[in-house]
Design a protein around this ligand. Structure first.
Ligand SMILES: [Zn+2]
Ligand SMILES: [Zn+2]
Length: 215
């Protein structure tokens, strides 16, 4: 059997239309109608079901939840300017008392997606454009822009309320449930004495009971 011919992968890299994006993905937008027509604008209002968690280690908008997206795509000289607003509800636990926490995010975003040939121009003139977003063919992947906007808006340490008192260091109960409860810290030297005291208490009760029975 003859060996299967392999296509050298570097031969594929020059093809500008090669894209890893799925045009049907909810956060991928086709910019064909805007392309190279500066001034043209399109607007979208979408509710997008998340395929992956969106958030940080401590608080996330879980996969399967939806986010509300208000998007304006505007054709500019260098590429397509994406701006808008994203709304979502993130869930986590309070960093002090571990109670569940919901956090509503509603944040604006704005990001320029450059034409690939404009990016190489930026690099030639030495601009720091390492984090420049680039159109892939006609497709614009809004996912990283939405992700950055939401993650930046989430709290580093989620709290159920700003003045959450946390957990009791002795019993681990949330202090918010019973803020004034205390634990008697008993000196070990007193434990023996308190045992004696209760031993004395019970015989002391008995005579009174027997007296009553006598009457
Ligand atoms: Zn709390
Ligand atoms: Zn306690």
């Amino acid at each position: 059997m003859p060996p299967i011919p392999t296509i050298r992968s570097d031969a594929m890299e020059d093809v500008t239309t090669v894209t890893t994006l799925d045009a049907r993905a909810p956060l991928v937008f086709d910019t064909r109608t805007l392309r190279r027509r500066a001034g043209v604008m399109e607007e979208f209002v979408r509710t997008v079901l998340l395929a992956q968690d969106l958030g940080t280690d401590v608080i996330v908008v879980p996969a399967g939840e939806s986010i509300d997206l208000d998007l304006r795509l505007e054709s500019v000289l260098e590429g397509v300017l994406a701006s808008g607003q994203v709304g979502a509800t993130a869930r986590g636990v309070c960093g002090r008392c571990l109670e569940p926490v919901e956090y509503v995010v509603d944040v604006p975003f704005q990001e320029l997606y450059a034409y690939p040939d404009r990016v190489s121009h930026f690099q030639e003139v030495g601009d720091d454009e390492d984090d420049q977003r680039v159109l892939e063919g006609d497709l614009l992947d809004l996912e990283p822009t939405v992700r950055d906007a939401v993650v930046l808006a989430l709290p580093f340490q989620p709290l159920c309320r700003p003045d959450c008192p946390g957990l009791c260091a002795q019993c681990g109960q949330p202090l918010a449930d019973d803020p004034d409860h205390t634990h008697d810290v008993i000196d070990p030297r007193w434990v023996a004495l308190s045992g004696l005291a209760s031993d004395e208490a019970s015989p002391a009760d008995d005579p009174s009971n027997t007296e009553e029975k006598k009457r």
